[in-house]
Design a protein around this ligand. Structure first.
Ligand SMILES: Nc1nc2c(ncn2[C@@H]2O[C@H](COP(=O)(O)OP(=O)(O)OP(=O)(O)O)[C@@H](O)[C@H]2O)c(=O)[nH]1
Ligand SMILES: [Mg+2]
Ligand SMILES: [Zn+2]
Length: 346
């Protein structure tokens, strides 16, 4: 965060700093002064978000970029004991975002201000290095440190071999755990120090919630009894995504997705496939596509599946940056037209 961002981040008069622990578009659940309560997004902020979504010339990229999401720090105003008003979303220092379903050109932020992403993958039918690469690109794009958690070690004959494969191919940190038996979970907890915010990512059924329950169940229930719900916002009171741990860490559960759509730049993808980038420096042609060119240093050296995965994710990233540029072109065209009207006195 720059100094300007920092200054901007301070709440204004009458505002308090709060953290979003669950979000539902115009409503949210926040932690304010150590207690959890319902919150509504202020009209002005909703309006600004709508502006970012639709109107040209706003310079913003998407609706979701402005509405509060889980993990956001917000400037809020207390309406009464049970309700707060969210007036501003403070600048995000990192995030987990995907491409919104059905909309190629739209980014959807799932969680903000995340230090660590536990990419949970079952060592059962869920095990898939290609999917891990996709999550690694998403973490990289959002500025989040990834840790792969290979779960369900209790049902896998050779979990360490799988982990070695993952480490060799991805060069990422990989832990072997069982959320069911607790095996290896102390290594996860060791990473959850004071001030750390971690998110659990991974496909549906990978064991994210089981892992969260294990970590929370071991400690939180004793020290932080859940507040009794009141008449307001009953939908939100019993369920939240962000849980504060006694260690001072925060852990965010995310819903599992069948297939997470990439939202990343070509640079982020390349960073996840460093091995390919290193070899590509030795290809005869600078713009080698590693498919049929003579003198290619990548093809035949890098495992075919990994090269295919790299090409696939690069193509997806290119489509996204294409959509971004297209959007910007439209924006500047609209802006130019508006300025013209102004000059002509309308
Ligand atoms: N054998 C075994 N089963 C596990 C383990 N962890 C989770 N499971 C089981 O896997 C199933 C899915 O676990 P969840 O924790 O609900 O998975 P999730 O990732 O939260 O799934 P979504 O909420 O749908 O995204 C449940 O039946 C769990 O009991 C494990 O370490 N070993
Ligand atoms: Mg779950
Ligand atoms: Zn090549």
């Amino acid at each position: 965060m720059s100094f300007a961002d920092e200054a901007l981040a301070l709440p204004g008069p009458g505002q308090q700093l709060a953290r979003v622990c669950a979000s539902y578009g115009e409503r949210a659940r926040v932690i304010l002064e150590g207690a959890e309560l319902d919150a509504m997004v202020a009209g002005a902020l909703l309006y600004a978000a709508a502006d970012a979504d639709g109107r040209p010339g706003s310079g913003k990229t998407s609706f979701e970029a402005d509405l509060p999401v889980t993990g956001d720090w917000v400037a809020a105003r207390r309406v009464d004991a049970d309700l707060a008003l969210i007036e501003r979303v403070l600048p995000r220092r990192s995030k987990i975002a995907r491409r919104a379903a059905g909309r190629r050109d739209r980014e959807q932020t799932l969680a903000a201000n995340i230090d660590l992403a536990f990419i949970v993958c079952g060592l059962d039918g869920d095990f898939n290095i290609r999917r891990l690469e996709r999550y690694l690109a998403i973490a990289r794009e959002g500025g989040v440190e990834p840790v792969i958690a290979l779960n369900k070690a209790d049902v896998c004959a050779a979990p360490e071999e799988a982990a070695d494969d993952v480490r060799r191919v991805t060069r990422a940190q990989a832990l072997v755990i069982s959320a069911r038996t607790g095996e290896g979970c102390e290594a996860i907890e060791a990473l959850l120090g004071p001030g750390v915010t971690a998110a659990l990512l991974g496909s549906s059924g990978a064991g994210k919630s089981t892992l969260l329950n294990r970590i929370v169940g071991a400690s939180v229930h004793k020290t932080a009894p859940v507040r009794q719900s009141d008449s307001r916002g009953r939908h939100a009171t019993t369920w939240r995504e962000l849980v504060e741990l006694p260690s001072g860490a925060a852990l965010i559960d995310t819903p599992g997705l069948r297939e997470i759509q990439l939202w990343a730049t070509e640079e982020s993808v390349a960073a996840v496939f460093e091995d390919i980038a290193e070899l590509a420096a030795h290809c005869r042609f600078r713009d080698c596509s590693h498919t049929s060119e003579p003198g290619c240093a990548v093809r035949g050296t890098v495992e075919a599946g990994r090269l295919e995965s790299f090409n696939k994710l690069q193509r997806e990233a290119e489509r996204i940056s294409g959509a971004r540029t297209e959007k910007q072109r439209w924006r500047s065209a609209h802006k130019a037209a508006r300025q013209l009207y102004k000059l002509r006195g309308r």
